[in-house]
Design a protein around this ligand. Sequence first.
Ligand code: PRX
Length: 698
Amino acid sequence: MLPDKAPDEDVFCGSADLKRDAHVASFEKYKELYMKSIETPDEFWGDIAKDFFWKTKHSGQFLDYNFDVTKGEIFVKCMEGATTNICYNLLDRNVHDRKLGDRVAFFWEGNDPGDDLTVTYRELLQRVCQFANVLKSQGVKKGDRVSIYMPMVLELVVAMLACVRIGAVHSIVFAGFSAESLCERILDSECSLLVTADGFYRGDKLINLKLLADEALQKCRDKGLLINRCIVLKHLSKEPEEILGSQSPPTKRSCPDLQQDKQAGRVKKTRPVPQVPWNPDVDLCWHALLRGASDECEPEWCESEDPLFILYTSGSTGKPKGVLHTVSGYMLYTATTFKLVFDHQPDDVYWCTADIGWITGHSYITYGPLANGATSVLFEGLPTFPNESRMWEIVDKYRVTKLYTAPTAIRLLMKFGSEPVKKYKRESLKILGTVGEPINPEAWQWYYNVVGDKRCPIVDTFWQTETGGHVLTPLPAATPLKPGSATFPFFGVVPAILNESGEELEGPSEGYLVFKQPWPGVMRTVYGNHPRFETIYFKKFPGYYVTGDGCRRDKDGYYWITGRIDDMLNVSGHLLSTAEVESALVEHKAVAEAAVVGRPHPVKGESLYCFVSLTNGVTFTCTLEAELKKQVREKIGAIATPDYIQNAPGLPKTRSGKIMRRVLRKIACDEHDLGDISTLADSSVVQQLFQNRCSTAV
Ligand code: PRX
C-alpha cells in the first residue's frame, strides 16, 4: 500500500543537513519501519517502551483489541499488566535518570512582550510534586476527576501533571469556552474540584476567568452537583489577603511562585487587574496552598489502561463527547510521534502555538515534548499582538528550531504580507508543522517560501482529539512532500478508503477515511457512554474506526483530506457541531427554528452562517441579531460566534420535513446552481432566502 518509489511530480524533500542526523532519514527507512510496526508490533513498540520507566512490566501481547461491533464490545488494551506513571516518565526520569534537571522545560512568553519566565525540568518537578500534595490535601484521590480552566500559564502544566502524578483524571476546558460549556463538562465528568485563575489578557482584552468559573459552579449547584473547592491561581491580581474584601483595584501585582526571585510579576504595570470575587467557603488560593506543601510526592503507580484524561470535543448531536485516553498507549504514542514527526534533537527549541485546552496542546505541548526531554516555548498571547511580527520576534528571541501552528494562523499572518516576517531572521528554524484543517496550497507555499525561506520541510499532520496523536503525517527527512497532503500513515496506523457501501477502494480513489486497526494512542471510550463511542466510530462500517473525514488517495498513494463529511464545521481549526449552535439559537424565545451551515472564510477556513425562523409576531432587527450572536457566544464560547444570521421565514425542507442543508450552503455562498431540488416541499422559500441574504455576506 505504500508506493514503491517516490512520486515523479513536483515534490519537496528535506535538506541533506536534516537527513544527516535524522531519526528516519529516508523513505526506504520509513517503509521498512512501517512494515515492522504492522507485522511485528510487539517488537516495534517493545523497543520503544524500553526507554520508559515501568514499575511492573507488561505481560502478553502489546495490543489486544476488537474493532468489529458485530463480534462484540469494542475495546483496545495496550501493554496489559504494566504499571507506570506518566508524570514520573516526563519529569523524574528526565531529572534523575537522564540528568536533564537543568535543562529548560519551558520558556514562558506572556501576552505582553517582556513578560517571560523560564522553568527547568528540576523546577517543574518540584512544583508538580508540591501541587500534587496540595491536591491530595484537598482529598483528591486516584480516579477522581479534576476540572482545569486556565489560561496558557506554566501552572496549567503543573496542574495537569500533578493530577497525573496522583492518578487523578484531568479534564481541561479551554479558557475561551463559556461558563455554560464549563458547567456542562464538569457535570458530565462529575469533577470534584476546579482549578482556575483570576483572569488573563488576550491582547488588550481582559478576560475575567474567575467570574466565568463562579458562574459555572453556580450552574452546577443549580443542577445538583456541589463542588465546594475551587483553587484559584493569581495570575494577574494581588495576594489573596488583599483580594479578600478589597473593593478598589489593587495596585501591586502578584509574585509568581515560579522564579519568585527573578520576576516581580507578569503583567504590564499599566494594565488594570480584575476584581476577583472570593468566597472563603469555596475558593482556595493557589499560592497560599503551595507555600506549605512538600516538594516530594511518591507517584501513584497506574495500570496501563487506567484513565489518564478526558477532553471534550464537539459531537454531531450537539452534546460534547468526553474523549477518554489512557496511560501507557497514549504516553508511548505521543512521545514517538513527537520524536519522529518533529525529528526531535537535544538542542532543539520547539514551539507549538496551540492552546493546551485542545488536544494539540495536550499531546504536543505537554506529553510528547516532556517525554522527550524537549525545551519548548509556551506562549500565552496572540500572533498579532502587539503587532503582526510577534511570532517571528519570538522565533528569534528563543532561536526556535521547530514551529508547529495552524493553517488559520498562517492565513491570518499572510494577509500582512512578507514584510513583518522578513524583519526577523528566523535562521534557527529547521522544520515547520501544521495541524487542524487541510492547508490550502497558497498558505502552504507562503509558509514554505516566506516563513521557512525554502529551507524547512512542512509536516502537515492529520489527526483528531480521538486519535491522541498524528495518524497521517510526513516524516521531515524521509517523506517527499506534496503541498496540501498529509502524505502517509504513521507507524502502526493502517488507513483505508471506503465507498458508501463500505467497500475498500484500491489505488487512486476518494471516499470515507477509516482505520483498520488500533494504534497505541487511540481513544478508549466516550466517558460514561461506551455505547455512544461504538455508535459514532464503529457502527457505520463494522470492522473500522470511522474518522468522519473524507479523503482522496492519488496515483502515488498520497492521502489528501477533503474535509468533514458529517454535520461538523471546522472554524479556525476547531470542530463545532451545527446542532450545538442550532440548539443555542433556539433557546432564544424569538427563534422557532434554526439551521446552521458553513460558509468558506479566507482566514478561519469556515464561518458560521445561521438561518433563523422567528416565532409568530417577532420581527428581525439588528438588536435581535446582536442578541442571538451574544446568546451563542455565552452558551458555547467566542469561537462559536455566528458570522451571519439571516432571517428565514421558511426553510427548504423535504416533504418528510428534513432540512436540505445542501441548499442552505449554496444560498449562504450565493450560488444559484442548486442541483436537483425536486424533493423540496415548497421551492418558493429558496427564492425568498436568496433575496434575504445577509448583505454583509455578499
Ligand atoms: O477534519 C479533520 C481536521 O480536524 C479534525 C479533528 O479536529 P480535533 O479533534 O479538534 O483535533 C484537531 C487537532 C488534531 C479532523 O477530523 N484536521 C486536523 N488536522 C488536519 C485536519 N484536516 C486536514 N489536514 C490536517 N492536517
